[in-house]
Design a protein around this ligand. Sequence first.
Ligand code: CA
Length: 229
Amino acid sequence: MIDARSLVVVVEDEPPLRRFMRAALEASAYRVIDVARASDATSMITSHNPALVLLDLGLPDGDGIDLARSIRGWSDVPIIVISARGREEDKVSALDAGADDYLTKPFGVSELLARMRVALRHRAADGAVEREYTFGALSIDAVRRVVRREGVELRLTPTEYNLLLLFARNAGKVLTHTFILREIWGPSYTTRTHYVRVHMAELRKKIERDSARPELIVTEPGVGYRLRG
Ligand code: CA
């Protein structure tokens, strides 16, 4: 019997890396389809409906960012970009194209598997709106819009609350500045990155033990922020 939940499509044009990833994933009980070309990726994803896609950016017949954007047009499958391109703008464009996460080569297998679990868990939780979230000492009652730290209620502004809830609903995922601006302020505000910086600083003062060394919502330099899920 085919279990589509454990199927991963690996899009990678370097044969040694493809073999390495297949071995690592199969050792963790995933089923793997690997392809080397963007065009084959599209047909495999369409016909096999995988649980997750691991996507290299430099492909012989196209760019992985274009492929991610195209997949997002017709599928919600989680996409983790795995690339040698480690520049901030590459990460931002991959995430803004609809990738769920980004790993820079070389990467460790345990890091890859952890990111995959987050992406899969997050997608499984999609649609089911949680009523309560707990992250370390922080708890969020999304029905009453009450946030507590170590049981003590915090006074958040509506924007800070909405920001925190956005992170809670996307726990473990890197949120880019553009994504945050679009979700909280709307599509016409996507260039006002200073809004995010200012409100994040205020939010951190309230939710973090030490806002200079945040533990709950960490900065992904030049890319955005991630709530540790
Ligand atoms: Ca490549």
